[in-house]
Design a protein around this ligand. Structure first.
Ligand code: NDP
Ligand SMILES: O=C(O)C1=N[C@H](C(=O)O)C[C@H](O)C1
Length: 243
């Protein structure tokens, strides 16, 4: 049995993970919310799971490092600086950071990579996502993960090739760009489509999350997998054996 500590326990994902743990062989040792002590939680846990907010990352990494335990970070909307802090922490402890913990999305990313490899750069790639009205960040962490998969397959850097937030007189699409569009509304748990638009034809690869339990199950699987691993940076592809 693994002792799992949840950062962001009162949130939508924190509650979904607690529900999964209630019927699993793994134990929930507790959780913390805003302003509470991640350090005390880390001292009682085998692994930390963070679904909170980007501002909490630095503190949460310090808590995991202080106890020499792994951490799974599902929080999205991370800045370059926060991603740098994650890379730094991964020199000392196992860290899994991902925009999506579900099996379906990670398989989708794998398929997107395959399609991008087979289809030449004349096929434009556009990524469309829709989420519930409370979501704080755009493009979603999943959209970026899918964009990274397409960019890696094409041998390009996503940052230098992404186009998002088109509005007004945008001019023509840049050759080789990966486009992002975000919709927000209602209670949508997470819909993502990757569109490959060629000449007179289109291929669309999609995933629809019907419930947060898919992310919660993946988070528990990823967190328990991390226990006992050497320090380093891991992804759900490692957990699910998708490479
Ligand atoms: N990787 C994945 O598979 C998934 C990732 N996510 C991501 O997880 C994150 C959380 O999503 P969701 O649960 O829907 O969001 P919620 O807003 O429902 O929950 C976030 C929780 O974290 C708390 N919180 C905020 N700041 C801190 C802090 N500094 N320290 C500790 N707790 C804090 C919030 O408290 P308060 O209410 O007081 O603000 C809230 O309870 C988002 O970034 C989201 O994009 C979501 C689903 C799947
Ligand atoms: O905030 C959410 O709800 C979700 N966030 C993740 C993201 O940014 O991709 C994962 C999932 O789509 C739900």
């Amino acid at each position: 049995m693994a002792k799992i500590g949840i950062i962001g326990i009162e949130g939508r994902m924190g509650q979904a993970i607690a529900k999964v743990l209630a019927t699993s062989k793994h134990g929930l040792v507790g959780g913390v919310g805003r302003g509470e002590q991640a350090f005390e939680l880390a001292a009682q846990s085998d692994v930390l799971v963070d679904f909170s907010a980007p501002q909490a990352i630095e503190n949460n990494l310090r808590a995991a490092r202080g106890e020499n335990i792994p951490i799974l970070i599902g929080t999205t909307g991370l800045s370059e600086m926060e991603l740098g802090e994650i890379a730094d922490a991964a020199q000392d402890i196992p860290v899994l950071q991902t925009g999506n913990t579900s099996l379906g999305v990670n398989l989708l990313a794998h398929l997107v990579g395959q399609a991008a490899t087979k289809l030449g750069p004349e096929w434009d790639i556009e990524i469309l996502e829709m989420h519930h009205r409370m979501k704080m960040d755009a493009p979603s962490g999943t959209a970026l993960l899918l964009g990274e998969a397409a960019a890696a397959a094409r041998g390009i850097d996503l940052t230098g090739h992404s186009e998002s937030g088109r509005d007004g007189h945008t001019g023509a699409r840049q050759d080789g760009a990966i486009g992002f569009a975000a919709l927000r509304g209602g209670t949508v748990a997470g819909d993502h489509s990757v569109i490959f638009a060629g000449s007179q034809e289109r291929i669309t690869l999609s995933h629809n999350a019907e419930d947060r339990s898919i992310f919660a199950r993946g988070a528990v699987q990823g967190a328990t997998w991390l226990i006992g691993k050497p320090a380093g940076r891991y992804s759900m592809k490692d957990v699910l054996g998708l490479d």
